[in-house]
Design a protein. Structure first.
Length: 67
């Protein structure tokens, strides 16, 4: 299972998109209109260390030639 976080923009969300999420066990979280800027601090405060750790691991795998 995974979670997909989207802003509530009409051009992104359709019945087919929601159905696809349900069929593929994707939890769809829709943010209220005009609120995604409030979530940007999570990108730096919470996800930045995760991105750094993943980047370091990928760099190691790439440098050692591991597939």
């Amino acid at each position: 299972m995974c979670m997909l976080i989207c802003d509530d923009h009409d051009s992104y969300i359709s019945v087919a998109f929601i159905y696809h999420c349900i069929q593929n066990d994707i939890v769809l979280l829709l943010l209220p209109l005009h609120s995604s800027h409030l979530m940007q601090s999570l990108d730096v405060g919470i996800f930045e260390p995760l991105k750094t750790a993943i980047s370091a691991q990928l760099a190691h795998l790439i440098s050692t030639g591991m597939p």
